[in-house]
Write a protein that binds this ligand. Structure first.
Ligand code: FES
Ligand SMILES: [Fe+2]
Length: 381
C-alpha cells in the first residue's frame, strides 16, 4: 500500500455517483465471496437462503444428499427469480411464472404442457446455472463463479490474524440481530470501521476498555487485520468486568476487529463474536446487519436491556447509558455513534466547499489502503 497522505485517492464522486456504484457492483461485489448466512441456517434438504452478490442473486440449497449447492436464482425459461429470501421448498423448486420445475440439484424436471408447447425440448439438457458455495469458520459463503475455487484461497492468508474463537461452537443470540439502513456510501461505513484514529474520540465514552495506543493493524491481501488489547484496568478484573461468559482464554483477551473484503467486518471479543455485514443499496445508502454469537451456556441469562448491539461492548461503560433517547451521541452505543458520524460525513460530500483534508499517519492508514484497494479493483473507466 502506498503512503500518499496528501492527495485524495478517490474522487468525491466515488461516494456519491450512480456510475461508481454500478462499477463497484460489477467489479467488486460480483467477483468476490459474499456472506450468505451461518452454517446452521441450512440444516435440512430443501432449506435455502438467497443472497445478493453484486449483480447476481444466488441461492444456496441443501440437496436430498444433504450437500449444499449454490445456483443463480434465474429461471432457464424467461429468467424469473425463482426463490425469495429464506425458506424451505419441499422436493422441488417451482418457478412462479410458468411452473417450470427443478429438483434440489438444479435439474429441470418438468415443464407444463411440454408435448404441445415444447415438443423439441430435452429437459435433461437444462439445469440451473451453478455458482459456488463454501463454509468457512461457521459461515456460509457464495461466489457467482462456479469455478471460484476453494474459499481458503480467498481467506486463508488472513485466517492466522483472526481471533482464536471457535465460531461453530458459539450460538447465535437471535434477538440481538440488528439491522440498520445507514444513509452513507458503503465505503464511508467501511472506512469508519477500520479508522483507528476515531476510537479514542468519537467513542471516548463507549470503547474505553481498549488500549487504542497499542492497535496492530495491517492489510493481508485485500483484508484488513485489526487487533487491539484491553486496557490494563479492564483486563485486571476481566472475569468481573466482562458481562458475559468468556469465549476465549483470559490470557488471549483483546479485540480482533478485521474487515474482510468487501464489507464483512468481524468483532471478535473475549465474550462474544459478531458479524458486521455491509451491503451497498445505493450510492448514499448502505444496509448493515449485525449478528452475534455467544457462549452456549444455559445457566446464564441476559436481558434485552443489557444487550447493546455490536458485540455487547457498549454496556461495559456503566452509568452512562440511560436509554436510547434521540441523541445517538448519548446512546451509550458505539454503533449509533459510528452511524451518526458516517451520515454526517456523507451529507458534507454534497457541498461544493468540501475537499478532503490531510490523513493521519497511523490511525488512518487503513482508510487510505482501502481507498487504494477500491481504486485498483474498480479501475478507471
Ligand atoms: S420464466 Fe420461469 S417458467 Fe417461465
Ligand atoms: Fe467506530
Amino acid at each position: 500500500m502506498g503512503t500518499n497522505r496528501g492527495m485524495p485517492i478517490l474522487p468525491v464522486s466515488a461516494y456519491t455517483s450512480q456510475e461508481w456504484f454500478d462499477r463497484e457492483q460489477e467489479r467488486i461485489f460480483s467477483r468476490t465471496w459474499a456472506f450468505a448466512g451461518f452454517a446452521e441456517d441450512i440444516t435440512e434438504p430443501g432449506q435455502y437462503i438467497s443472497v445478493q452478490a453484486g449483480l447476481n442473486n444466488i441461492f444456496v440449497v441443501m440437496g436430498r444428499d444433504r450437500r449444499l449447492r449454490a445456483f443463480h436464482n434465474i429461471c432457464r425459461h424467461r429468467g424469473t427469480q425463482l426463490l425469495r429470501a429464506v425458506g424451505q421448498t419441499q422436493r422441488a423448486i417451482v418457478c412462479p411464472y410458468h411452473d417450470w420445475t427443478y429438483d434440489l440439484e438444479g435439474c429441470l424436471i418438468s415443464v407444463p404442457a411440454q408435448e404441445r408447447e415444447f415438443p423439441e425440448l430435452d429437459l435433461s439438457k437444462i439445469t440451473l446455472r451453478r455458482a459456488s458455495t463454501d463454509l468457512w469458520r461457521g459461515m456460509l459463503w457464495v461466489h457467482p463463479d462456479e469455478n471460484a475455487g476453494s474459499i481458503m484461497q480467498w481467506f486463508g492468508d488472513v485466517e492466522p490474524f483472526l481471533g482464536p474463537h471457535k465460531v461453530e461452537e458459539l450460538v447465535e443470540y437471535k434477538e440481538g440481530r440488528t439491522e440498520y439502513d445507514v444513509r452513507a456510501n458503503w465505503k464511508i461505513v467501511v472506512e469508519n470501521y477500520i479508522d483507528g484514529y476515531h476510537l479514542a474520540h468519537l467513542h471516548s465514552g463507549t470503547l474505553a476498555m481498549y488500549d487504542h495506543s497499542r492497535i496492530k493493524a495491517e492489510f493481508i491481501g485485500p483484508h484488513y487485520a485489526f487487533w487491539e488489547p484491553l486496557s490494563a484496568d479492564y483486563a485486571e478484573n476481566l472475569e468481573k468486568n466482562a458481562p458475559y461468559p468468556l469465549v476465549i482464554p483470559t490470557e488471549q483477551a483483546g479485540a480482533w476487529v478485521p474487515m474482510l473484503f468487501p464489507g464483512i467486518g468481524l468483532g471478535e471479543s473475549e465474550s462474544s463474536w459478531s458479524l458486521f455485514h455491509v451491503t451497498p443499496l445505493a450510492p448514499d445508502l448502505t444496509r448493515v446487519v449485525i449478528r452475534t454469537r455467544v457462549a452456549d451456556v444455559s445457566s446464564w441469562e441476559f436481558t434485552r436491556q443489557s444487550f447493546r448491539s455490536f458485540g455487547f461492548w457498549s454496556k461495559r461503560i456503566g452509568g452512562k447509558y440511560e436509554g436510547d433517547g434521540d441523541d445517538p451521541m448519548a446512546s451509550g452505543d458505539f454503533t449509533k455513534e459510528d452511524i451518526y458520524a458516517c451520515e454526517q460525513q456523507q451529507r458534507s460530500l454534497k457541498s461544493p466547499y468540501f475537499v478532503h483534508g490531510p490523513s493521519s499517519v497511523e490511525g488512518e492508514a487503513g482508510v487510505r489502503g482501502h481507498q487504494e484497494l477500491v481504486r485498483d479493483w474498480v479501475g478507471d473507466g
